[in-house]
Design a protein around this ligand. Sequence first.
Ligand code: ATP
Ligand code: MG
Length: 137
Amino acid sequence: MERTFSIIKPDAVQRNLIGAILQRLENNGLTVVAAKMLHLSAQQAEEFYAEHKGRDFYEPLVNYMISGPIIVQVLQGENAIAKNREVMGVTDPSKAAQGTIRADYALSVRENSVHGSDSPESAAREIAFFFTDNEIC
Ligand code: ATP
Ligand code: MG
């Protein structure tokens, strides 16, 4: 079974959407095998999004990601990486398919409610960024 890494971002936690988002993920065959709530430091957010350093959206992205608590999770399931991306919808909520998390809940391209790893390499890196092996069930 494949694993992926997911974040319920500050805009969604703040609007009490944790349950609704987890329900969508679980309804689509993704099982939570690790989860915690935390408030990222600027240094953690900068490192997590290091691939975007230098882009115009990088600084506002970091500021948004440290604006409030988030839920980080490891999800497991058949084709979990692609399945999670499908259930999330594309980055820009105005372009996201009907019925996706971002189409229904995201506020903007930046405040787009969820994160999901985009490849096996990112999933491995991102899971290890937040969880030790013995925190994953
Ligand atoms: P994520 O990595 O969070 O799952 P993604 O893979 O769909 O989202 P990326 O291109 O990796 O999108 O961008 C990371 C995050 O940076 C986006 O989810 C969004 O919050 C923000 N972002 C990306 N592009 C823009 C943009 N043009 N304007 C504002 N924010 C952006
Ligand atoms: Mg991405």
